[in-house]
Design a protein around this ligand. Structure first.
Ligand code: ATP
Length: 510
C-alpha cells in the first residue's frame, strides 16, 4: 500500500534535513522560499538518479545523444516558444489573509473534495453490503453519488473551457459560484483573477534597459530545439533520433509549497525525440510505455504510479500524459510525456528566418520533424524515492529504527566499514578494505560509537551494506557483512565483499 499522510510528509522533511539530504536554501537568513540545497547525502542520491536516467537514455539507446545547453538563451527563443505570451498561471489573492493562490488549483481542490465525498459513500456502502457490494452499479445508481459526479463534470467542463479561452472572469465566477473560501482566513473576499508569467528575467551585460533583458529558462527543452540541427548534422543522426539533457530550470511559481515538489529553481531531465510527421502518436505510445517500465525498474511497487491523460493541454501539445506518483500528500505529477507536434521547431523557423528542416534520405523529402518528449523533474523523482524509502520499523527486541529503503543502486553510500574498536590495528585494516573498494563504490569509514549506533546511522541514510572488522579479521581475513533491509549478518572473506555488493546493486536495474 502506498503510504501517504501529512504527518509522514513532515517526518520525511525533518529526516531529510537531519541526515544531510536536503536543506532549506539560505537557512542562516531564515531561508528563501521554494529554493533548496542538497546536502552531503542528497547530492550523492541526486547524482545517482541522474546517472541512471542518463545511462537509460543515452548509453542504452544508439539513436539518443546528450546535450548540455546554456541556461540563458536569446530572448526571441521565448517569444517563439510561446512562453512569453502563454506561460502564465491564473492567480487570485484573498484580501483578508493576503495569501495568493492559483485559481485553477482552488477549483481543482474543490472537485477533489467532491470526489472525496463519493469515495466516502462507496466505503460506507461496501461496509453495509459486504460481499454483495457491486461498486460499478452503486456508482451508476446511487442518487447522492450521481449528483456529485454531475457536479464534478460540470465544474470540470467550465474549468477546461475557461482555461482554454483564457477567460479569467469565468474563473472568478466559478470560484464565486462554488463559494470557495480561503483555507487560511475562511472568507470569500477574493480579488479578480489575473495572469502571472512564471519566467524570471534579468539583464545581460552592464546596460539596464529592456533591450538586454534575458530570461532564466523555464524548461530545458528549448536548448534542445535550437540545437537540433547542429546535433543532427554533426552527429549524422537519422530520424527517429533523440537528444537528452539534464539541467536547471526556473519558474516563479505562485504557490510554492510542498518542499522540493514545487520549487522556483529545479532540475529537469528531458528527452526530445524527433520523428517523421504522422508517426508521432505511435512514438507517443512507445515512450509512454517505456517510461512506465523505467519507473518500475527502480523497484518501487506499481501501486505508487498512476497514468493521467491531460484534457487541458499546454500551448505546444496535441496529447499529454502524466506519470503520477503517490507522494505523502497524494498522487501528483512526477513526469510528463508530451506530443509537441512541430510547434516549437516551426516557430523557431519562423522567428529566426532560418530553415530547420530535415532531409529524409528514405522518403527523399524535407520536413520539420515532430517531437515527442519525456520530461521529468529530478527533484520530484528524488522526493518520490525519499518518500517511498522512509520507513519506521518496530524490531523484534521492541526497539525501533528508521530505515531508508532506497533502491540499493541509488543509495548515497554503498558500503560502510567499521573497525569494532579503535585500536589493535583494526582501523588500519578497515581503511585497507575501503582502499580496495573505493574506486568502484562510494564507501564510508566510521569508528565512533558502538556498532549498533553506527548501523542505525547508516540505516537512516539507506546504506545497503555495513562491514565490521574485528580481531578475527586479522587472523583469517574475514569480516561480517550486514544487509540493511533484513539486518542479516554473515561472515565472509574480504575478497567476497565486492562481488556481493555488485550483485545486489544490479538487482533492480531493468
Ligand atoms: P505542474 O502542473 O506540477 O506545475 P507542469 O505540468 O507545469 O507541472 P511540465 O512543464 O510538464 O510541468 O514540466 C516537466 C516536469 O518538470 C514535471 O513533470 C515536473 O516533474 C517538473 N517540474 C515542473 N515544475 C516544477 C517545479 N516548480 N519544481 C520541481 N519540479 C518541477
Amino acid at each position: 500500500m502506498a503510504k501517504n499522510s501529512e504527518d509522514r510528509f513532515k517526518k520525511i522533511i525533518a529526516h531529510a534535513k537531519e541526515y544531510g539530504f536536503v536543506f532549506q536554501s539560505s537557512e542562516l537568513y531564515d531561508g528563501l522560499s521554494a529554493v533548496y540545497d542538497y546536502g552531503q547525502n542528497g547530492v550523492e542520491l541526486k547524482n545517482n538518479i541522474k546517472d541512471y536516467w542518463w545511462k537509460s537514455m543515452v548509453q542504452y539507446h544508439e539513436n539518443i545523444v546528450g546535450l548540455d545547453s546554456a541556461i540563458f538563451m536569446h530572448p526571441r527563443t521565448w517569444k517563439a516558444s510561446g512562453h512569453l505570451d502563454a506561460f502564465n498561471d491564473p492567480m487570485i489573492d484573498n484580501k483578508d489573509s493576503k495569501k495568493r493562490y492559483r485559481a485553477d488549483d482552488l477549483i481543482e481542490e474543490h472537485m477533489e473534495k467532491l470526489q472525496g465525498k463519493i469515495d466516502k459513500e462507496v466505503k460506507k456502502a461496501r461496509k453495509r453490503f459486504g460481499e454483495d457490494f457491486d461498486e460499478e452499479k452503486f456508482l451508476a445508481t446511487n442518487e447522492r453519488v450521481v449528483k456529485y459526479k454531475e457536479q464534478i463534470e460540470s465544474i470540470n467542463n467550465r474549468l477546461v473551457k475557461a482555461l482554454e479561452d483564457e477567460n479569467l472572469g469565468e474563473l472568478k465566477q466559478l470560484i464565486d459560484d462554488l463559494e470557495i473560501v480561503d483555507p487560511v482566513s475562511g472568507t470569500k473576499n477574493w480579488t479578480d483573477v489575473r495572469q502571472f508569467n512564471l519566467m524570471f528575467d534579468t539583464r545581460l551585460g552592464s546596460l539596464s534597459d529592456d533591450s538586454n533583458k534575458v530570461y532564466l529558462r523555464p524548461e530545458t527543452a528549448q536548448g534542445i530545439f535550437v540545437n537540433y540541427l547542429n546535433v543532427q548534422k554533426t552527429g549524422r543522426m537519422k530520424i527517429p533520433f533523440g537528444i537528452a539533457q539534464i539541467g536547471k530550470a526556473f519558474r516563479n511559481e505562485i504557490v510554492a509549497r510542498q518542499f522540493i515538489f514545487r520549487m522556483r529553481e529545479f532540475e529537469q531531465m528531458e528527452m526530445q525525440y524527433f520523428v517523421r510527421p504522422g508517426t508521432e502518436m505511435d512514438w507517443f505510445e512507445y515512450w509512454k510505455n517505456e517510461r512506465v517500465k523505467w519507473h518500475r525498474s527502480l523497484g518501487i511497487p506499481d501501486e505508487y504510479y498512476k497514468l493521467y491523460e491531460h484534457e487541458n493541454l499546454a500551448h505546444y501539445a496535441n496529447a499529454a500524459y502524466d506519470i503520477e506518483f503517490a507522494y505523502p500528500m497524494g498522487f501528483k505529477e512526477l513526469e510528463g510525456i508530451h506530443s509537441r507536434t512541430d510547434f516549437d521547431l516551426s516557430a523557431h523557423q519562423e522567428y529566426s528566418g532560418r530553415k530547420v528542416q530535415y532531409y529524409d534520405p528514405e522518403t527523399q523529402e524535407s520536413y520539420v520533424p515532430y517531437v515527442v518528449e519525456t520530461s521529468i523533474g529530478l527533484d520530484r523523482l528524488f522526493l518520490s524515492v525519499l518518500s517511498y524509502a522512509y520507513e519506521e520499523e518496530k524490531l523484534d527486541d521492541g526497539s525501533e529504527r528508521i530505515v531508508m529503503k532506497i533502491p540499493p543502486f541509488l543509495a548515497p553510500i554503498k558500503v560502510a566499514v567499521f573497525p569494532l574498536v579503535r585500536k589493535d590495528g583494526l582501523p588500519e585494516k578497515a581503511r585497507e578494505i575501503i582502499n580496495g573498494l573505493k574506486y568502484d563504490y562510494n564507501c564510508h569509514y566510521e569508528e565512533k560509537d558502538a556498532i549498533g549506533k553506527r548501523y542505525r546511522r547508516h540505516d537512516a541514510i539507506g546504506t545497503p551494506y555495513c562491514i565490521t572488522v574485528d580481531h578475527q579479521t586479522l587472523d583469517d581475513n574475514t569480516v561480517t557483512i550486514r544487509e540493511r533491509d533484513s539486518m542479516k549478518q554473515d561472515r565472509i572473506p574480504i575478497d567476497n565483499i565486492s562481488p556481493i555488493v555488485w550483485e545486489r546493486l544490479r538487482e533492480n536495474r531493468g
